[in-house]
Design a protein around this ligand. Sequence first.
Ligand code: PLP
Length: 301
Amino acid sequence: MAAESTAYFEGRYMPLTEAKISIFDPVVTKSDIVFDVVSTWDRTFFRLDDHIERFENSCKAVRIRPPVSATEIARISAECVDRSGLDNSCVFMCGTRGKYKGGAALGDPRECENGFYAYAVPYYWVVARERAESGVHLHIAETRRAPNEAIDQRAKNFNRMDLTKATFEALDHGADASVLLSMDGNLTEGPGFNVWIVRGKTLLTPGDNLLEGITRRTVFDLAQEAGLRTEATDLKPDDLLNAPEVFISSTAGGIMPVTRINDRPLGNGAPGITTGQIKTRYWDKRKAGWHGRRVDDLIKH
Ligand code: PLP
């Protein structure tokens, strides 16, 4: 029998299609959940400990205490991949508020029994794979990213109506994805990715009002190795529109060149050379086991 995507839900493993949540759960009624997504390639996790650490920080930021330790999360994630029979996967780990004692969503959130679930799905790209290779078309959205003061974007959350609205804008303009500005007009990020500008030997990325991606952290590391300067700073739409090279970074796709913004070709319209170098380093080093933890080692212990 072919393996099936597997979830760890309510304390046991099951086919993903059987893991179901009540329509009264605060996950549904309030988006009261934080999560993280880590990937495997050739049954090897990339920066699993960093993803778990970010997940635990997201939980702390919204006062969710998942009933599992970091070691248990690592093992559960590995079991989900193994039982799903996937070599290349994305694994979701989710911390939930849990039901309110007073009914559907009434009562004291401090008294909720917090939960945890996880699941593995086949590896995916944040835009169509063909575009992730040949060049992403970006749109700078009118919709603004919800400010950190309302929803802390460093805590990975599902309060994504701003991102969804911006995605409609992108698709309506024939682009693949949107980049959103902050309330004060600085570039932030897009649905599922961080954004980068290459200017000579310097890589620039927005510094505020965004999820600090693990792939973004990886770009800082790879750039340093390659002798490139990096800076997280305030950037405006013109910085993006006039950039010689742009790329996006995500667990779901790695390093992806951008070749069109607001329906105009960027530079000469081809993926940038520095982008290509960073992308090659990213995949070569991953395949060589850099920051890797093997599924087989995790399920043995
Ligand atoms: N920004 C947002 C809103 C995201 O959801 C994601 C990842 O899914 C990212 C950025 C990129 O983060 P990472 O590199 O950890 O996947």
